[in-house]
Write a protein that binds this ligand. Structure first.
Ligand code: AMP
Ligand code: MG
Length: 403
């Protein structure tokens, strides 16, 4: 059976149906470090001025600019290291020795760096002009107390973690992680750690899918293997439907023992489509049960991974509150000719190389669905659209990074 056919859904349409079905999950309060890679559900305001006090940006002397510019030699009245609080006011004609990060003494308006100063005994003189305010970080110059510094919807990276810690936030409220059940189906599968014999193969999809789920910041729930019986499928699928998302692999096409779709429907899952005009991965079902999403992915490891990347990953990002959940596409030039069927979208596994400011895409290996290594060697996927059959060398095609 071909990827084409009256009952199949176009790539973009399938993507849209899935994304429209996904909604942001609710928030939960977590320890600061647990917020990495997640999205804020509330605005965060600075609890105090940032910085809290006038701070020296250099090692040097707290001075009054006008004294320096008058050419005065200034007695040094005290030493203020970082962490100390000045005990003396810098009166007209005096200076304090000060270190980076220390509070600037009352009365001083500028910091004269060591390299611009001549220090002799307990005195100091400026070598050149001093700009009032130089090397002083004003209180609240980064943010005023009460000002929103990170808005709801913000993705937390290491940079945001710094700002949150600066604000003393031990905990923050972020979108909770979707729990994603992962279920493999098939009598040929053995669990990792068992040695496959005769016609058995290792259940590799469970691990690659769980890894992909975890890499996105969601929480995989491993359900193991459903055997090729209705009873086994019923038991495992009902377990999986307790999670936010259920991802199955294999058993979703028209084989004699493909029970996934039947059991999903029995349990009330409304199937939105079951074939997509893509290759690899045409036999893919998508369904909904209330707000829960169900992906019936193909069994072939390359197909299941690509289907996850193209279809499931954007919806998981949306559930986690990511504002632009789709893959970031950019253009690359093909290094060789590609022919494909016109009536399907083809996912070409490619290596990318930058040359004279342009990305060049070349095959990462034989584009046969059975070739896992072609996927492993790929940096990116070129999404070759429906309606086009032939791509010449140098054709510009949309690509996105893998992993
Ligand atoms: P199916 O969708 O059941 O026709 O399976 C398609 C292909 O994927 C067959 O070659 C299966 O052996 C293989 N396959 C199915 N499930 C898995 C799995 N969990 N891990 C690795 N390969 C699988
Ligand atoms: Mg099977």
């Amino acid at each position: 059976m071909g990827g084409q056919g009256k009952n199949s859904t176009a790539f973009e349409e399938a993507k849209k149906i899935i994304l429209d079905s996904a909604a942001r999950l609710d928030g939960e309060t977590v320890e600061l470090m647990e917020s990495l890679g997640r999205v804020l559900t509330r605005d965060v305001a600075a609890p105090w001025n940032l910085p809290r006090f006038a701070t020296s940006a250099m090692d040097g002397f707290a001075v009054r600019a006008e004294d320096c510019n008058a050419g005065l030699t200034l007695p040094v009245i005290e030493f203020v290291p970082a962490g100390a609080w000045p005990t003396k006011t810098v009166e007209k004609g005096t200076a304090a020795r000060i270190m980076t990060g220390a509070p600037v003494s009352e009365g001083a308006d500028s910091v004269l760096p060591f390299e611009d100063a001549t220090a002799e005994g307990e005195t100091v003189r400026a070598n050149g002009a001093v700009k009032p305010g130089q090397n002083v970080r004003r209180p609240g110059e980064d943010a005023q107390a009460g000002e929103v510094v990170l808005g709801a919807g913000r993705l937390i990276r290491a940079e945001e973690i710094n700002l949150l810690a600066t604000c003393g936030k031990t905990q923050v409220e972020v979108v909770r992680r979707p729990r994603v059940a992962i279920l493999s189906t098939g009598d040929e599968l053995v669990t990792l750690g068992e040695t496959p014999v005769k016609a058995q193969i290792v259940n590799s999809n469970a691990y690659s899918l769980a890894a992909a789920v975890r890499a996105l910041g969601a929480e995989p729930v491993m359900l193991g293997i459903a055997r090729d019986t209705l009873e086994s499928h019923r038991e495992k699928i009902s377990e999986g439907l307790k999670c936010d998302v259920l991802i199955t692999s294999a058993g979703v096409s028209v084989g004699d023992k493909d029970f996934v779709r039947r059991v999903l429907e029995e349990m009330g899952v409304r199937i939105q489509f079951e074939r997509v005009r893509v290759r690899p991965g045409k036999a893919m079902a998508f369904g909904k049960l209330g707000t829960k999403l169900v992906f019936g992915l193909p069994g072939n490891p390359v197909s299941s991974m690509l289907s996850f990347t193209e279809f499931a990953a954007p919806s998981l990002r949306k559930m986690m509150g990511v504002a632009s959940p789709r893959d970031q596409m950019f253009e690359a030039e093909l290094c060789h000719e590609v022919k494909k069927k016109s009536d399907l979208t083809f996912f070409l596994r490619v290596k990318l190389e930058m040359s004279e400011g342009r990305w060049l895409a070349s095959n990462s290996g034989v584009q046969e669905t059975g070739r896992v290594r072609t996927l492993v060697e790929a940096d990116a996927v070129a999404v070759l659209p429906e309606g086009v059959e032939h791509f010449a060398i140098g054709a510009r095609v949309p690509v996105h990074w893998l992993g």
